[in-house]
Design a protein around this ligand. Structure first.
Ligand code: ZN
Length: 145
């Protein structure tokens, strides 16, 4: 399996079986994002404990890149501090806008090919933007419904 196939398998697998795809009853931060150009929608649920993301989940619909990226995002941000989350998002944005994969970070680098399709960069970053908006937003008690 070459690296391109490996990257594609990360995206396909996360799209087929998204991780942390559920509502989070304990969530105290919720944010939604949408990408009308592609029709992607993602809602991120965060249980923030001090400045640490104790738990994180998402629900949504849209293209494989948007859903797979949100799935990877939840796996990478769970347990992280806000500063660590911002750093990771910065690295991910570099990967998808410049197409420079980081060999030590396979699941983020899986999205490096997105840089060839500028319209898809919003698909890849949608879940991450929603997560960062959630942790910086006001606390919520109501559900999104
Ligand atoms: Zn999309």
């Amino acid at each position: 399996m070459d690296l391109t196939e490996l990257y594609q398998s990360v995206i396909l697998e996360n799209n087929r079986r998204p991780r942390n795809y559920r509502k989070l009853p304990e969530a105290n931060r919720i944010a939604s994002g949408n990408n009308p150009v592609c029709g992607d929608e993602i809602t991120v649920f965060v249980q923030l404990d001090g400045d640490r993301i104790a738990d994180i989940s998402f629900q949504g619909a849209g293209c494989a890149i948007s859903q797979a990226s949100a799935s990877v995002m939840t796996q990478r941000l769970k347990g992280r501090t806000l500063a660590e989350a911002e750093t990771l998002f910065g690295r991910f944005k570099e990967i998808v806008t410049e197409g420079k994969p980081d060999d030590e970070d396979l699941d983020l680098s899986a999205f490096a090919g997105v840089h060839q399709f500028p319209a898809r960069i919003k698909c890849a970053t949608l879940g991450w933007h929603a997560a960062i908006n959630a942790v910086h937003g006001d606390s919520v008690t109501a559900s999104t419904e």
